[in-house]
Ligand binder design. Structure first.
Ligand code: ADP
Length: 481
């Protein structure tokens, strides 16, 4: 049993129409020990239709409330999340594996979106434009788009949900959420707090169960007007195709393959610290995690030496244990992928400097790994490893590294370390990425627009831009004045 202050936060039922419902039958497993934590219902098409109808019925009344009123319900939800952050982090670590301190960080980060959009609700403004005739006025309204579906992944079980639904709710939309099957409990705890915060019946619905069936209804039901998705590029493309038949807006946050470029003039200590943070956070399982480290020839060896020292110091174990910095990977399949990438790189000439093997703790645990001699033909250069493997590529010139960094179908986050201001602008402008961290390995904040280009996605989450997805412009021409 989980050690919670409020056992009412461990929910084993889905939530729709203002009620927890369904028979718990799909087990939720703790990736650190393989043990069952709880179970959730196996819902399909029929329940999804009910949830969409509930959200549809709640939409107009919610949208008609004042922005201040919607904002105050969101604010109350934010306060309840913060008041229960330890319990939420406990549930999160139990089902997802990340170290408890990181889980607390994620809850704060998730809550920051709720706080931000509680404030932002009041700033969704229209405009009056100069008209094309003297007796007319052009008015532009920004109205909520309608029912929003959110399909979310397991790597940030709390933040990926609030980042989508807080701006949607602030704008006046109602939502149906389908969390990842690995991590439904955090979502259900969050919605329990939303229930207590006073969202209207049908305003938020959370479904667990058959992803394909739920996804099919969410992408084809005429009442759903936007499908928001964070996850793999393959599933994102499928949902986009399915949504085409009813011309829904689709907001996608897909995979990345982040380059981390260290130039000869970089502050090496800062670069090592940034590389560690951006590579090994969440055991390398984030879409903005560094996947390819490019070190310029002049500092390559010194950088690798210092990085090796830091990688060797990482402490692997159950995320609830004190001082553990690396938890388990989410599943044994994730470990197999890491092993594949390492074997392929070794066969093509790379070298392991630290780690490289399964951890003695077994099953889902893998040693934090550092490799050198990586080249563009290796699988780990082309695909996200999504695990604790730092692969270092050696490069010569600025032009060469920009070309290598852009040699991918994805374009989410990139990182650059240099102290040359001219180079900062040259490189930032040429990198085909939605986000660039300069002299920092951590860029996520509710205050900035998060998102990618190319096959990494088509939307932005966070900042005032994050609310645009959930509103539509209505042009009203008022003539005869
Ligand atoms: P990952 O490989 O990280 O699990 P996925 O893209 O498979 O990434 O999963 C992200 C989310 O998409 C999860 O909530 C998952 O259940 C959901 N999902 C996967 N396949 C489908 C599908 N065919 N239709 C709808 N949702 C899906």
């Amino acid at each position: 049993m989980l050690n919670l202050n409020d056992s009412g936060l461990l929910k084993q039922q889905a939530y729709m129409n203002g009620q927890f419902t369904g028979h718990p039958c799909l087990p939720v497993i703790n990736p650190a020990n393989g043990q069952r934590i709880a179970a959730v219902p196996d819902f399909g098409a029929r329940e999804t239709e009910t949830a969409v109808e509930a959200a549809g019925a709640a939409f107009r009344p919610w949208a008609s409330r004042t922005a201040k009123d919607r904002g105050s319900v969101l604010r109350h939800w934010f306060e309840l999340i913060m008041a229960n952050r330890e319990d939420l982090a406990t549930i999160l670590t139990a089902e997802q594996g990340k170290p408890y301190a990181e889980a607390l960080g994620e809850i704060d980060y998730a809550a920051s979106y709720v706080e931000y959009y509680a404030e932002e609700a009041k700033r969704i403004s229209g405009e009056i434009l100069p008209a094309h005739r003297a007796d007319a006025r052009i008015t532009v309204f920004r109205q909520p788009i309608g029912v929003v579906a959110a399909i979310t992944p397991w790597n940030f079980p709390a933040a990926m949900i609030t980042r989508k639904i807080a701006p949607a709710l602030a704008a006046g939309c109602t939502v149906v959420v389908k969390p990842a099957p690995e991590t439904p409990l955090t979502a259900l705890a969050l919605v329990e707090l939303a229930h207590r915060a006073g969202f209207p019946v049908g305003g938020i619905n959370v479904l667990t169960g058959n992803a394909v069936e739920i996804g099919r209804v969410l992408t084809s039901h005429p009442k759903v007007r936007l499908v928001g998705f964070t996850g793999s590029t393959a599933v994102g493309k499928l949902l986009m195709a399915q949504s085409a038949t009813t011309v829904k807006k689709v907001a996608l946050e897909l995979g990345g393959n982040a380059p981390f470029i260290v130039f000869d003039d970089a502050d090496l200590d800062a670069a090592v610290e940034g590389a560690m943070a951006s590579k090994f956070r969440n055991m390398g399982q984030t879409c903005v995690c560094t996947n390819r480290i490019y070190a310029q020839a002049g500092i390559h060896d010194r950088f690798v030496d210092r990085l090796a020292r830091e990688v060797a110091r990482l402490s692997v174990g159950d995320g609830f244990e004190k001082d553990v910095t690396q938890g388990p990977l989410i599943t044994e399949n994730a470990v197999l992928k890491v092993e594949d990438h390492i074997a392929d790189a070794l066969a093509k000439g790379a070298r392991v400097v630290v780690g490289g093997q399964r951890h003695s703790l077994g099953r889902t645990f893998f040693q934090p790994t550092l490799m050198t001699g990586a080249t563009g033909d290796m699988t780990l250069a082309r695909e996200e490893t999504f695990g604790p493997v730092a692969a270092v590529f050696r490069f010569g010139t600025e032009d060469e590294v920009i070309a290598a960094a852009n040699e991918t179908e994805t374009g989410l986050a990139a990182y650059v370390y240099t102290r040359d201001l001219g180079r900062v602008f040259r490189v930032m402008e040429q990198l085909e990425y939605g986000m660039v961290g300069v002299n920092t390995g951590i860029i996520s904040t509710e205050l900035a627009p998060f998102g990618g280009v190319k096959q990494s996605g088509n939307s932005r989450e966070g900042s005032r831009h994050g609310i645009d997805e959930f509103t539509e412009l209505k042009y009203g021409c008022i003539a005869g004045l």
